[in-house]
Design a protein around this ligand. Structure first.
Ligand code: DGL
Length: 261
């Protein structure tokens, strides 16, 4: 396998760009190929077998395009299919999961809130995260129906999105949560609105973009797969949804949005 082959990244839609952007920042020489499954988004309300089938289809596509590593930049897809993917494919696979461990380390009140899709929160993988790390921490889970759809429509700064986020965040704040985990890769694009709602409360918001980028770098290094050519890496974007709105949104989020607070 040639080291100049791309890093393959996928998500149920455009959310995984929040991870892809961190990968680009950390690895400027790597080529990136991204697949947004926006025609089938959200995954969160679909049967697990269907999600698995889509994820395998996308992985096959990315490998066909030469991916040397796969990043499953979707909590829902990772939770449902990571074990099966690792059994099936020979190339390395990096997954994502809600950042419960760093949140437990960060909380002072002993209460953390986790925003994610219903599928992510109901899986065994999430239950095992809580069991392993939250022995002394109270975890309040908040499924967020509707949020992924709004991000897919590009409503990352609208009143409608702010109202929905308000509904999901205020009960967590009322329960004294001082650390909020963004357990879905679409949500980091909503950070400006989230910080507006949180206001002056001393609350941390944690996502997985940077840690997943670091893990990808670690795996590439370990396997001697880093691109040796030191030219600026190229990106290619694919989507199952053939619409101008989707293309424009990918371009906008890739080029303009700021993720870090
Ligand atoms: N970005 C996906 C995640 O991290 C959204 C899942 C969905 O489409 O429901 O879970």
């Amino acid at each position: 396998m040639s080291n100049s082959m791309p890093i393959g990244i996928l998500d149920s839609g455009i959310g995984g760009l929040s991870i892809a952007k961190e990968i680009r920042k950390l690895m400027p020489y790597e080529n990136i190929i991204y697949f947004a499954d926006s025609a089938y988004c959200p995954y969160g309300d679909k049967p697990k077998e269907f999600i698995k089938h889509r994820v395998f289809t996308l992985c096959d596509f990315l490998i066909h395009k030469g991916a040397k590593i796969l990043v499953i930049a979707c909590n829902t897809a990772s939770i449902v299919s990571l074990d099966d993917l690792r059994k099936h494919y020979a190339i390395p696979i990096v997954g994502v999961e809600p950042a419960v461990k760093p949140a437990v380390q960060a909380t002072k009140t002993g209460v953390i809130g986790v925003l994610a899709t219903s599928v992510s929160l109901s899986g065994n993988r999430f239950a095992s995260l809580v069991k392993r790390f939250c022995t002394k921490t109270r975890v309040i889970t908040q499924p967020c129906p509707g949020l992924v759809e709004l991000v897919e429509q590009g409503e990352i700064n609208s009143i409608k999105t702010k109202k929905l986020l308000h509904k999901y965040l205020i009960p967590l704040i009322a329960e004294n949560a001082d650390t909020i985990v963004l357990g879905c890769t679409h949500y980091p694009f909503l950070k400006p609105l989230i910080y507006e709602i949180i206001g002056n409360n001393d609350i941390k918001v944690i996502d997985t973009g940077k840690p997943v980028a670091k893990q990808t770098l670690r795996v590439l290094k370990q396997m001697n797969l880093l691109n040796a050519e030191h030219n600026h890496g190229k990106e290619m974007f694919f989507s199952s949804k053939d619409s101008k709105q989707n293309k424009d949104l990918i371009k906008y989020l890739w080029e303009n949005s700021q993720l870090s607070q």
